[in-house]
Design a protein around this ligand. Structure first.
Ligand SMILES: [Zn+2]
Length: 342
């Protein structure tokens, strides 16, 4: 019997890997800038391999890579006819991995995924109805392909997050809603970050939290405040980059590591963020605190490598397949390495 998301969260930490877009771009299977997840159709093996690497690193949930794979994005790049095949393929690949856990592990959960629509406008009924339809069709395909839960994420309009929740609730599946506020203290439609989370809980979201846009340093202060205000399960899926108080999101993060050759356009986002990577110890500190705070839905978003995902799992006290090769067990060998000889 497959345990449900809520049963798992009631028992302890649950890991959900993300960050497919950045990692597949680096592996050469996606285009930066366009960022449409065509990989599910064009290189399904590459996507399956990444899911397996993250599963090995401890992910308990296989999130279908349909992020940005919505009608608006596909229309924009002239591939609207591939919308449904793309969504179904991403779901089927994720399902294949979820149903084949690594020996000894619980069967994974399959999660459908919706995200901010790019078209939502405040007080504009027409754009909101269009966004709702985009959510509905994607949630519908996820249900048909056998999803166990739906994650809605990267919402920077509070009311778009509420609408996404409503659509997920109509499917009857458990809901995870992650908000991703821009560099301000509030959502784009004026709700405070805390009030948005309280409202999501009020409306019955099963899991409420934050993902993407912010690294550990600029996400944690909000998580601490939110944790005091809501009692439902919470999620935390930061970037693996060193965002700062001056630059809370990765969109304008400057390179502070003596960059000798800036990216064309002068911005580090999205292709020259590498020098601002968080190391595993920074990720560990973040996830240790999140776990101690009672946040049980944990994972890493953009910038995540299997190393970061494993760190999230281990910081929450889990032993995962990749733990076999964790540094601590290697310590005596590292100490014996000629490089470390004094
Ligand atoms: Zn992200």
């Amino acid at each position: 019997m497959k345990k449900s998301l809520i049963e798992r969260l009631d028992q302890g930490p649950v890991i959900c890997a993300e960050g497919f877009l950045f990692e597949l771009e680096k592996r050469g299977y996606m285009s930066a800038g366009e960022f449409a997840p065509m990989v599910a159709l064009e290189n399904p093996n590459a996507l399956e391999n990444l899911h397996r690497d993250f599963q090995h690193a401890g992910s308990d949930i296989v999130l279908a890579f349909t992020y940005n794979g919505h009608r608006e994005k596909l229309r924009e790049i002239g591939k609207e006819n591939l919308l449904e095949p793309l969504n179904r393929s991403a779901l089927q690949i994720a399902k294949k991995v979820a149903n084949n856990p690594i020996n000894g592990s619980d069967i994974n959960l399959l999660a459908g995924n919706i995200s901010h629509s790019n078209i939502w406008k405040q007080d504009d009924h027409e754009s909101q109805l269009k966004a709702e339809k985009m959510f509905s069709e994607m949630v519908g395909w996820a249900v048909e392909e056998g999803a166990d839960m739906i994650m809605g994420e990267t919402f920077f309009y509070a009311e778009e997050a509420f609408k996404a929740l409503e659509v997920i609730q109509q499917s009857g599946l458990p809901s995870v809603i992650n908000i991703a506020p821009m560099a301000e203290d509030y959502m784009q439609d004026g709700y405070s970050i805390i009030d948005t989370c309280k409202e999501l809980e009020q409306r019955g979201a099963n899991v409420v939290g934050m993902n993407c846009f912010r690294g550990p340093a600029t996400m944690m202060p909000y998580l601490r405040k939110i944790r005091k205000q809501i009692t439902c399960h919470m999620s935390a899926l930061p970037l693996a980059f060193r965002t700062t108080e001056e630059n809370p999101t990765y969109f304008n993060l400057p390179d502070t590591n003596r960059c000798a050759c800036p990216a064309p356009g002068g911005k580090t986002f999205p292709t020259a963020l590498d020098p601002m990577y968080c190391n595993r110890y920074e990720m560990r500190e973040f996830f240790k605190e999140a776990h101690e705070m009672g946040i049980n839905f944990l994972g890493v978003c953009c910038g995540a490598t299997p190393m970061h995902q494993r760190e999230a799992a281990e910081a929450a006290g889990l032993i995962v397949p990749a733990s076999k090769y964790r540094e601590i067990e290697m310590q005596s060998e590292i100490a014996n390495h000629p490089m470390y000889d004094n």
